[in-house]
Design a protein around this ligand. Structure first.
Ligand code: COA
Ligand code: MG
Length: 294
């Protein structure tokens, strides 16, 4: 799950285009990119699109519903759940309790659809409210459905009354750097994927690549996207390189050759158990996306 592309749920044309974008996940949006008067038609278009592409395994199809306090989430779920999306993206999550509540709602829809309880996955955006940002540690055990956490700056800036999210040099200001950091920590604590937020300047490939590299360095394993042109860049940077894979294999092999060792040396560098865990995680990610390597 390297690239997750937002597609406005009321645009049949963009939905079709999303299918061939190379994104690992399409986020069919019923929330911010759909105006109030188009919500109902977006629900219908999204449901029809899900049915038409039921056998599609790549991209995986998620629906971003409206948040649980909006009064719209239940109608969103009622409209799309019979069409069996792979997952739901929950915006403005205030804590793990919101994920648990959503999970209970999904239980009911899954029972109606006669599919196994727990089949529908959840990704939550956890920093769009102040309380959500301060509750990033609350996601362990929220639900077995939870596979990833992401963050957002724009809604949080509106919530706290910040006039900008970045300073003059383009760097996120403190509150948003904190939101980004607690997403990495919260995801790690909950043992789910950390997914970086959108880069809104969709014609700036260089800026996007730079932000992806920083995100990958810091522990994110994927990134949200808003335009198909962003997908190849995100996929490239979040696919482990052949050198990184080779290096990880060396560490794993060295520990396998000496199972009682707590620490080993390779080419004058020390590696201990945390390095082994990191190497194993990288190999698992690489195995997931083999087609883009070489
Ligand atoms: N998914 C699928 N297709 C998309 C797309 C997206 N997110 N964004 C653009 N496209 C398509 C366009 O329809 C266009 O198709 P065409 O060549 O067949 O005409 C092509 O890609 C090129 O688009 P472009 O002209 O560069 O951009 P645009 O002006 O049409 O759209 C946005 C710009 C920002 C409105 C559009 O990218 C978008 O809707 N993004 C998603 C927004 C969103 O969901 N936000 C919520 C989360 S923050
Ligand atoms: Mg939003």
């Amino acid at each position: 799950m390297r690239s997750l592309l937002f597609v406005p749920g009321d645009s049949e044309k963009k939905l079709e285009k999303g299918l061939t974008s190379g994104a690992d996940v399409l986020l069919i949006d019923l929330e911010d990119s759909v105006s109030a008067e188009r919500k109902e038609s977006a629900r219908k278009i999204a449901a029809a699109f899900l049915v038409a592409n039921r056998d599609c395994s790549s991209p995986r199809l998620f629906v971003r519903i409206n948040d649980l306090a909006s009064g719209l989430a239940d109608a969103d779920l009622a409209a799309v759940m019979p069409s069996l999306p792979h997952g739901i993206l929950l915006p403005k999550s205030n804590s793990g309790k919101d994920v648990t509540r959503l999970s209970a709602k999904l239980n009911v829809h899954e029972a109606h659809a006669d599919i196994a309880e727990g089949s529908t996955q959840i990704i939550a955006i956890i920093t769009e409210t102040a309380v959500g940002t301060l509750s990033a540690a609350s996601y362990p055990d929220a639900s077995k459905r939870l596979i990833g956490l992401s963050w957002g700056a724009e809604d949080l800036s509106a919530a706290i009354g910040a006039r900008a999210v970045r300073d003059d040099t383009g760097r996120y200001t403190d509150v948003f750097r904190m939101a980004r950091a607690v997403t990495i920590l919260g995801a790690s604590a909950a043992e789910v994927a950390a997914i970086d937020t959108v880069y809104i300047n969709y014609r700036d490939d260089e800026g996007l690549a730079h932000e992806c590299m920083e995100a990958e360095r810091d522990g994110f394993t994927g990134k949200l996207a808003i335009h198909p042109a962003q997908i190849p860049i995100i996929n490239r940077i979040f696919t482990p390189s052949n050198e990184a894979i080779e290096h990880a294999r060396k560490i794993i092999d060295a520990f396998a050759a000496d199972p009682s060792a707590g620490v080993i040396g390779i080419n004058g560098q020390m590696f201990d158990r945390p390095h082994l865990r990191r190497a194993e995680r990288l190999i698992a990610r690489a195995a997931h996306n083999p087609k883009d390597r070489l």
